[in-house]
Design a protein around this ligand. Structure first.
Ligand code: HSE
Length: 342
């Protein structure tokens, strides 16, 4: 049995989703994968850094976090800075699920680099470090014989990255197109049902789909981040945000949604990448799709991605694109995948 000790940074929706899975199912997960997953440390920007080599009880930890009070854990509080905490805590994994920052990826990127320097695998759903610094992180991980788990960065736990990076790696992918943001797809769905943009956004926030700052969702930055990640990790192109032609959905009104409906169409925010020779072009924009288009039928926080390749034609994957449990699952699956990697 492998002992998989985990440090967690970020105790928001994703971190809590991961803990909820452990709280509900950890004996079964451990038994079926012959592992023992224990959360030995937690770090929160406001509440400080905590460590116990014995591991926290996930249900009690979740309860303390949900109540916003970690006093019950005060005996485990350290005086270490987060970088020191990463270095000194004994653990196999760092789960990085703090807020996304597409400007310089801080503080997450510093935490990921520190973990790799100190012998910890990094598993993250945080798009900032992967969109901006994947090459550096991957190089450092390889130098230290460590792994980087990134599945949760695109389409939460729906295995879009594994599909593009591993399962279709020999197919010669030339085009990627998808609904890559759960919040905006949820908003457009609810608007079509007659709800206002504001009410639909508030629901998406309540359901844990939206980013801490939802501007990132509605203006297409989140989808653009995912396009950059797909460009770099799946197509091997050194894309940056500046290369993505981006437009969000904030300009789409109820009247636009109604008029598309009358014409047998539906608005979708699409992320698109196209490879021609060595050149990769990238866009994020709202598109009016005919109802007959398979992507038009993808509703709510569900996402979809189509990989077009020379050897396999179109392969489409549809599944959850956001959510606490769904993204928490991505972290768990990456931990298990890394623990069995040769
Ligand atoms: N805010 C993101 C979304 C979360 O709505 O898709 C998942 O990356």
């Amino acid at each position: 049995m492998k002992n998989l000790r985990v440090l967690m940074i970020g105790l928001g929706n994703v971190g809590q989703g991961f803990l909820k899975i452990l709280a509900d199912d950890s004996p079964a997960i451990n038994a079926s994968h012959d592992v023992s997953i224990t959360v030995v440390g937690i770090s929160d920007l406001r509440l400080g850094n905590y460590y116990t080599p014995q591991g926290f009880n996930p249900a009690a930890l979740l309860k303390a976090i949900e109540s916003g009070k970690l006093e019950s854990l005060s005996e485990f509080k350290t005086t270490w800075s987060t970088e020191e905490w990463i270095e000194r805590c004994e653990a196999e994994f760092l789960l990085e699920a703090s807020f996304t920052n597409f400007t310089d990826a801080e503080p997450a990127i510093s935490y990921c680099l520190a973990a790799l320097k100190h012998g910890k695998h990094v598993v993250t759903s945080n798009k900032g470090p992967i969109a901006l610094y994947y090459t550096e992180l991957n190089t450092l991980a390889r130098q230290h014989n460590l792994r980087l788990g990134v599945e949760g960065t695109v389409m939460s736990g729906t295995p879009s990255m594994a599909l593009g990076m591993d399962l279709l790696k020999a197919a010669d992918i030339s085009r990627i197109q998808g609904i890559l943001n759960g919040t905006t797809n949820y908003i457009l769905t609810r608007m079509e049902e007659g709800n206002s943009y504001e009410a639909a956004l508030a629901e998406a926030q309540q359901l844990g789909y939206a980013e801490a700052d939802p501007t990132g969702d509605v203006e297409g930055f989140d989808a653009a981040g995912k396009v950059v990640i797909l460009g770099n990790l799946v197509l091997g192109a050194p894309l940056t945000f500046a290369d993505v032609d981006r437009k969000g959905i904030s300009g789409i009104t109820l009247a636009d949604v109604e008029s598309a409906k009358k014409d047998g169409k539906r608005w979708k925010l699409l992320g698109m990448l196209e490879k021609k020779g060595d050149k990769v072009s990238a866009r994020v924009q709202p598109v009016e799709l005919p109802i007959s288009d398979p992507l038009a039928g993808v509703m709510g926080a569900t996402n979809a991605i189509t990989y077009t390749s020379k050897l396999m034609g179109n392969v489409t994957l549809i599944g959850p694109g956001a959510g606490r449990i769904e993204t928490g699952y991505a972290l768990l699956n990456d931990i298990l995948t890394i623990s069995t990697a040769k």
